[in-house]
Design a binder for this molecule. Structure first.
Ligand code: UFG
Length: 354
């Protein structure tokens, strides 16, 4: 006998979602959310900044099958071939991109070449194959040093402070122009604040190659003894405790928003053909607050020292959440302690396996 739940799940089973960068940090968590909602997923990833083990974690967690293609999206010929053999894709979630701010300053052409050509090739293939639903992985970096806090989707887009940030701005423009040229094509750009934490199973999480640039992996690696000490970049900012403020958001909350965004497009609930949403908690936390939360939930003492400011750091940024809360019906559920504990459990699990 069929009930409506079964029928809805069967309908979803027929829907195939392409996730580019699906073995990466946010991509792997998002793949799980789609699989758990009954969608079929096919991943494209070139494994340049992720490991195939993420796929094993995804399969272990969900008990579901996922198709994987090791493919570089800048390779136009192979991208076309991929779409020849994967015919029934209904939506694309595009994560695959380089994401290190400092590296982009040192090697801007590498960033423009990779992030923009990948996007253009993928959009071209989407057009050729009549795939009309596109979710893009953007960043709060597009706001630069904001004039107003919390930052709204309508806040000014400032000149990008890094080539990485510029690729996100240009990518949004490219998508917007394409949407304007093709009334059948719909897209949503999700502007992430600071994604941290890991899946509750501790089977997947952030896997920085080499020395981490970001705060939370640096904290967990210091606590486990891989790094000697964490450097807190400046305590003389104009903030309550002098350290920079960010809107840290649990990666699983972020992942869930992608399913909601894709379903919004699939069910044509979108109000305009190009929509932009901030994804944050709406709460700003300082670097010292993050450290305190980590020490509390892990009952450890972190070795850190205050050093000089890091060039290019924005003083404070956190999200206005009304638009995502009301329009998407999405709200970040996990707090900073959840983020720290899950990041720590992932680090412990990762090192125990090695
Ligand atoms: N920080 C430290 N020590 C470290 C690393 C970071 O004190 O070893 C501080 C930074 O100065 C900053 C905060 O921790 O105040 C967060 O830094 P992250 O590097 O973790 O994150 P960012 O806010 O610099 O960068 C993130 C994303 C980028 C994105 C940017 C937009 O990683 O992809 O947000 O603001 F572009």
């Amino acid at each position: 006998m069929h009930n409506f739940d079964n029928i809805n799940n069967l309908k979803k089973m027929q829907k195939k979602i392409l996730i580019t960068g699906g073995t990466g940090y946010i991509g792997s968590h998002t793949t799980i959310e789609f699989l758990e909602k009954g969608y079929q997923v096919v991943i494209i990833d070139n494994l340049s900044n992720s490991k195939i083990e993420a796929l094993e974690g995804i399969i272990e967690i969900t008990g579901k099958k996922v198709d994987f293609f090791q493919l570089d999206l800048t390779d136009k010929e192979h991208v076309a071939e991929f779409f020849e053999i994967n015919k029934n894709i209904e939506a694309i979630i595009h994560f695959a991109a380089y994401k290190a701010v400092g590296q982009s300053v040192e090697n801007p052409l590498m960033y423009y070449q990779n992030n923009l050509f990948s996007l253009i090739n993928l959009l071209e293939a989407a057009q050729e194959n009549n795939i009309s639903n596109f979710v893009f992985s953007s960043s709060c970096t597009v706001y630069g040093e904001p004039d107003e806090l919390p930052v709204k989707e309508t806040s000014a887009i400032k000149k990008a402070t890094s080539p990485y940030g510029n690729t996100k701005q240009i990518s949004e423009d490219i998508i917007n122009d394409l949407v304007n040229s093709n009334p059948n094509f719909k897209a949503i750009a999700l502007r992430y604040f600071n994604p941290v934490g890991a899946h509750s199973s501790a089977k997947i999480g952030e896997l920085p190659l080499g020395i981490p640039n970001n705060l939370v992996p640096f904290i967990t690696q210091t606590a486990i003894g891989i790094r000697e000490e964490l450097k807190v970049f400046g305590d003389d900012y104009n903030t309550p405790d002098g350290t920079c403020i960010r809107d840290y958001i649990h990666v699983v909350d972020l992942a869930k928003a992608h399913v909601i965004a894709a379903e919004r497009l699939l069910k044509s609930k979108n109000k305009t053909n190009f929509e932009v949403f901030n994804l944050g908690t709406g709460k700003g936390n300082s670097v010292l607050e993050v450290i305190k939360s980590f020490e509390k939930v892990t009952k450890t003492k972190l070795n850190f020292k205050i050093t000089e400011r890091r060039k290019g750091d924005v003083v404070a940024v956190f999200s206005h959440t009304d638009f995502a809360n009301e329009e998407l019906g999405w709200i970040a559920e996990k707090n900073l302690d959840d983020m720290m504990l899950s990041a720590w459990n992932w680090e412990l699990n990762l090192r125990n396996r090695q």
